[in-house]
Design a protein around this ligand. Sequence first.
Ligand code: SF4
Length: 206
Amino acid sequence: MTDSAGPCLNLAERCRRTRALGPGLRYVLWVQGCPFDCPGCLADLWRARRRNRLIAVESLARDILDTPEVEGLTLSGGEPMLQARACRRLIEQVRARRPDFTLVLYTGFTLEELQRSGHGERLALLDQVDVLIDGRYQAEHNDNRGLRGSSNQRVHLLTDAYRQSGTAYFTDPARRVELHPRPEDLLMVGIPPLGLDPALREILPR
Ligand code: SF4
């Protein structure tokens, strides 16, 4: 998508500083729209393929670079691969100033599906990813552990950025969420422990 300010991302939400979705302090963007329909999806409002908040890539890159101490970006959704071109431009613009800036990406596609697709924009985004967490959410495989929704979702360390911490960093820890107060509501960030989300949904006006 583009507007007068150039290419845009269609966003559902953002969190500028969190420790709940990847290594270190991270900037998180949840994109709007997903082609999948996983039963039990916790992001149901973000699945609809509709225009939500269009924000220029250039402005997002500036904001990321102006946010102190963050070591990387986490992209989730929704489905980031539906907006692969804008996501790639975003990380390239950030890395033009911060070459060490890391990228963790959650996708409902499997790595093999992406590789087989021959979809140039998606493969180009994949080339930028340090850690890919792939596959559709399967509620029956929600093992209540780690930074993925269900145990069928795999963690691919595609670069050396987090090789030292290994995949266990993403698959093993007890889950925790952060609640970020905003003027009109609370934003929950992280993979919710089993049983937490229904209770929170009653108080969060999402
Ligand atoms: S891929 Fe993710 S956002 Fe899309 S329906 Fe499945 S759980 Fe929801």
